[in-house]
Each structure stands twice: as structure tokens, then as C-alpha cells.
Design a protein around this ligand. Structure first.
Ligand code: TEU
Length: 568
């Protein structure tokens, strides 16, 4: 039934979480980079959108090799973003607006600038074992001339880093390799070391003591490595996923950190590349006391031609429909899912899956409406709520992202591939598509706040696509998201209802049905540029992306990218 206000137990089941990538959110101090004061200054705008929590990407001290996902001090704020006082101000204003703050926890690895790693480079240091060091394979003859990101040939294994090149970097002074699943500047921590784990838990408690309401845990399912790292054959992140002690560590973390605050309800969401519904159920089953929910990645790989994200192919919609449905079905009663299409690592959904030219508003809202109709906690990434699109890149020199730059170097500069063959995948799939500054207004630099040139270029479409214009237009994408998010506070069916996918094989129509105590909510969308004939079910139109949807429904035709939520 419709309620005045429905608050789920726990709170995060019916909240919508908004991700802020701080360097691209708003630049308050006019240096061309977003900052914490920028978040503070726009907190009321987030409250108006109706979100219940903010996930803040890392703001800790970092050399920014991976824009903060390479932490050099877990207890201090990088001056780029401000100070601890600024973070306290953000916590205070968000809490005053009824919004919780989830911090990004990056503890699979640190920055190579972290003092821990510098101490660990000394074989006699008590912190040597805080990282993963291995001797070379003595039976192999190394290529001593190998440069950064190149293979020597005597690495412990042939795993490829997520950011190209080997997962191992040779440390000459100690005649050893150290492991890094990501860049060489992001050495992996050794979670086998109990002293290291206790140090991480103590750090987490210090943030919770400061008022933080939980954590998004970066690649948390990679922290437990296989016992023997010497192996032949190809590999990469996949060889470290859900390792032998992962669940043990998650249950220990729950006991050592979160259970120390029995009167508070936190949100813990694990980023778990490679997760299946079964592994997600093991990780999020409340009786196992590990994490509350996870980010899966299966649906983010459906438009890859061969498993390489930079080899995209058109999405076959039934694949997406079935994947999201399978996750709903298989987590039902066993765990909880984080619902997302967009974040700081993924290209903009309206460009990737929609039509960002002729049907920008309609396709952006159709994808949003169908995602939010599924069972789980929806995550909205900054700019998604106004339909921000991929950037029109012209040169590899415009990119900042380490993954993109390393991939180009591996393929073109080292691999000799034809740049014209590599370029389209870079343009379509680079993480920098999600990292261009938020477009606040039809002002210089899109109102990003700075007269200074922003660290990444602002999409030139900011005059047509910006928060200020859309927040005052009832038919805008921003207002659609505001309405959609608000419905979650009144309609318990969206959080608790059963889930059913109808017409699963249809390549244009997406129809999700939720049921709850005799209520039915139908979320329907024509996910194409062509009209679609369909007699809609009876009921109240709660949400629509065409202003005349209620009248138009009698025609029995869904217009291009038309979506409606109908409740009875
Ligand atoms: O990303 C984890 C991850 O799997 C990435 O390789 C991601 O899938 C890829 O970039 C998609 O193209 C997390 C963070 O979200 C990312 O920003 C960091 O770069 C990475 O971990 C290392 O911390």
C-alpha cells in the first residue's frame, strides 16, 4: 500500500545511494579540481533529489596515480580535496539533511608512496610481510632491459595487471618482485598478516568514530590470494577473486569493526569483480554477517566482444534483461544487490546503451526507470541524473585515466597495433567518459565552479545538459529521477515486492512486474528508436518520461524509449 513515508529495516534497503567522484563534482577553491567544499556547497541539491546516502570516492592523501585509489595515508585528507575539517563539515551537513555518508575503502592495495610500503621494501623490516614479495623464478633468464610495464620473463606467474603489463614489478635493491593487481604504484597488501588486518580495522573504526556511516569496499573480493603464487599460464584479477580466506576476513572485519557499534546501522557494499549470484549470496546473506550488498560486474561485460572491455559490441537487450532478472531471482531471500549502470569506471549509460542524440532524455530515463524497478538498492552516479553523455575525444593526449593510457601504450606504442583500430574502443569505453566535470549550469566550464581550466575537459553539450536548467524543468531528466527516487519512500513494493521479468526474449520491450500484498507495479519500457505496439495494463501511472503518457496510453503504442511505471 502507498504509505506517507516508508523506511525499510535496515535503512539502506529502500535508500538510493548517490556516488560522488569528488575531483569532478564541484570546484569550490578555483583550482580546476573538485573538492570537499564543493560537495558541501551542493549537499542541498542532493537532498532535493531525494537520495538517502552519498558514496564518496577516495579523498585521502594520494599521489593520484589512480586518482585516489592509491592511498598514501588512510587518516588524512589530500590537500587537493581540502582538510579533515572540510570532511567534518560534509558529514555534518549531510546528516543535517538526513543523508548518510559512505566512504570508499581501498584496502586491497595502497600507494607505493605509503610509508608502510617504503618500510616494506627493506627485507629486514617488520613490515616486509605487509605486502606480497616473491623471489624471481630462478629457472628463467630475465630480460634485464625490460622497462616499466614490460615483462622480464622471470616473474612468479604470468598474471596480467588490470592496468596492462605484468602483475609483478622487480625491486632491485631487495632482489625481489612485489605484487600489484593494478598499477606498479598500487602494491597489494598481504591480508595473510594479522597485524596488517588489525591496523586496517583500527583505521576503519577511526572513520566510524568520526561519523561515517559505512564503506564501499574497493575490489574487496581480491584481498585473499591463492596460497601458491608460482604458477604457469595466463591469469589476472580472475585468479584472485573470492580467494581461500575471503569470507573469513569479511566475518572478522564485521566482528572487529562494525559489531563494536551495536546501536548503529552501517552500510557495507563490496565491489566484487567476477561475482556470481551464489558468491554474492554467501557474501550478503545477513545470517553470515559479512557485507550488506555487493556490486556485480556480469552486466557490465555483456557488450564486450571478447572479454576485453575496449572491444565493445552492441548490447543484445535480452542479455541485460536476463542478467538483472537472474540476480533478482537468485538473491531473493538469500542476499541483497546493489543496482547500478554507472560509476566512475564505466562509460555513460545514455551513450553506451541509449541514444544520446535523438532521444537523450527518453533513453536516459528509460534505463534509469528499468534499473530502479529491480529489487535491490539503486546507485546513481553523479551526472546520470541529468543524462550526461560520453565526451567527444579527439586525441589520446586528452586522457587522464591510467587504465586507458596504459592500454593504449600496451596496444599501440609497445604492441604496434594500428591506432585507428584501437581508438574507437578507447573513445567508447574509457573511464574518463565518467570523469568529466559535472555540468551544473550554462556557464563557462559548465558551471563547474572554476574560472581555472578543469583537470578534464567539460563536455561541450553543457549548454543543453546541466543541473540548473533541468532542476527547474518538470519534464527534465533530473526531475524524472527526483520523482522516481521519491516513489521509493512511498511504495514499499519497490523494495519488498516479488520480481518477475515478462517477455524476456523481446529485443525492444523491457517489462518488469513487482507484486506485494495484492499490489502490482509494472515497469515497462520501449528500449528502441522505433514505436512499439503494446496495450498497457490498467492502473495509475506513477512515473513516465513523456509528459502526456497518461493520455497517450490509450493509443496502445509506446513511443521511442517511452517508459512508464503503472501501479494497481
Ligand atoms: O575498480 C576495480 C576494477 O575491477 C577495475 O578494473 C574496473 O573494473 C575497470 O576499471 C573497469 O574498466 C576499482 C575502482 O573502482 C577503480 O577506480 C580503481 O582503479 C581500481 O579498483 C583499483 O583501485
Amino acid at each position: 500500500m502507498k504509505k506517507d513515508v516508508y523506511v525499510s529495516d535496515p535503512w539502506w534497503k529502500n535508500s538510493v545511494v548517490y556516488q560522488v567522484y569528488p575531483r569532478s563534482f564541484f570546484d569550490f577553491n578555483d583550482d580546476g579540481v573538485g573538492d570537499l567544499k564543493g560537495l558541501w556547497a551542493h549537499a542541498s541539491r542532493l537532498a532535493a533529489l531525494g537520495i538517502g546516502a552519498v558514496w564518496l570516492s577516495p579523498v585521502y592523501v594520494s599521489p593520484m596515480r589512480d586518482n585516489g585509489y592509491d592511498i598514501a595515508n588512510y587518516d588524512a585528507i589530500d590537500p587537493t580535496f581540502g582538510s579533515l575539517d572540510d570532511l567534518d563539515d560534509v558529514i555534518d551537513i549531510l546528516h543535517s539533511l538526513g543523508i548518510r555518508l559512505i566512504m570508499d575503502l581501498v584496502v586491497n592495495h595502497t600507494s607505493s608512496d605509503h610509508p608502510w610500503f617504503k618500510e616494506s621494501c627493506d627485507p629486514d623490516s617488520p613490515k616486509r610481510d605487509w605486502y606480497i614479495w616473491r623471489s624471481r623464478r630462478s629457472e628463467c633468464t630475465p630480460n634485464e632491459g625490460a622497462g616499466p610495464g614490460e615483462w622480464r620473463g622471470d616473474e612468479p606467474n604470468q598474471w596480467r595487471s588490470a592496468f596492462s603489463g605484468p602483475t609483478w614489478t622487480w625491486h632491485e635493491p631487495s632482489q625481489s618482485y612485489y605484487m600489484h593487481l593494478f598499477s606498479p604504484e598500487q602494491p597489494d597488501l598481504n591480508w595473510e598478516n594479522p597485524e596488517l588486518r588489525q591496523e586496517i580495522y583500527a583505521m576503519m573504526r577511526r572513520w566510524l568514530d568520526r561519523g561515517v556511516d559505512g564503506f564501499r569496499m574497493d575490489v574487496i573480493n581480491l584481498i585473499s590470494k591463492p596460497e601458491n603464487l608460482y604458477e604457469d599460464g595466463p591469469g589476472g584479477l580472475d585468479r584472485a577473486m573470492f580467494g581461500p580466506r575471503f569470507h573469513e576476513y569479511m566475518q572478522e572485519m564485521r566482528r572487529e569493526v562494525f559489531d563494536a557499534y551495536p546501536d548503529r546501522t552501517f552500510l557495507t557494499v563490496g565491489e566484487t569483480p567476477g561475482a556470481t549470484p551464489d558468491q554474492a549470496s554467501l557474501t550478503t546473506d545477513p545470517t553470515r554477517r559479512e557485507l550488506d550488498m555487493v556490486f556485480q560486474f556480469e552486466h557490465m561485460g555483456l557488450d564486450s566482444a571478447d572479454g576485453d572491455k575496449f572491444h565493445p559490441k552492441p548490447l543484445h537487450l535480452p542479455d541485460m534483461k536476463e542478467n538483472l532478472a537472474r540476480w533478482c531471482r537468485e538473491l531473493e531471500g538469500r542476499g541483497w544487490n546493489a543496482l547500478y549502470l554507472s560509476n566512475h569506471d564505466q562509460p555513460r549509460p545514455v551513450s553506451r546503451f541509449g541514444n544520446d542524440r535523438e532521444y537523450r532524455h527518453q533513453s536516459a530515463t528509460a534505463w534509469g526507470a528499468m534499473l530502479h524497478a529491480h529489487k535491490g538498492t539503486p546507485f546513481v552516479y553523479q551526472g546520470e541524473e541529468i543524462g550526461m553523455a560520453n565526451f567527444p575525444w579527439e586525441s589520446i593526449d586528452q586522457f587522464n585515466d591510467v587504465e586507458t593510457i596504459n592500454y593504449w601504450r600496451e596496444c599501440v606504442e609497445l604492441g604496434g597495433q594500428d591506432p585507428t583500430q584501437v581508438w574507437p574502443g578507447i573513445v567508447a569505453m574509457s573511464r574518463d567518459n565518467a570523469r568529466t566535470p559535472v555540468q551544473w549550469a550554462d556557464l563557462p566550464h559548465g558551471g563547474f565552479g572554476s574560472s581555472a581550466t578543469p583537470w578534464l575537459p567539460v563536455n561541450p553539450d553543457y549548454s543543453q545538459v546541466n543541473v540548473s536548467d533541468q532542476a527547474s524543468d518538470p519534464n527534465s531528466t533530473w526531475c524524472f529521477y527526483q520523482t522516481m527516487i521519491g516513489l521509493r519512500d512511498s511504495y514499499e513494493i519497490l523494495t519488498e515486492g516479488s520480481f518477475e521479468l515478462l517477455q524476456a526474449e523481446d529485443e525492444h520491450l523491457w517489462w518488469v512486474r513487482r507484486e506485494w500484498h495484492g499490489e502490482i507495479l509494472d515497469a515497462v519500457a520501449n528500449m528502441s528508436d522505433e514505436p512499439y505496439e503494446l496495450a498497457l495494463p490498467e492502473g495509475e501511472v506513477l512515473l513516465a518520461n513523456y509528459p502526456d503518457a497518461a493520455e497517450h496510453r490509450s493509443t496502445g503504442v509506446l513511443r521511442p524509449w517511452e517508459t512508464v511505471w503503472i501501479w494497481r
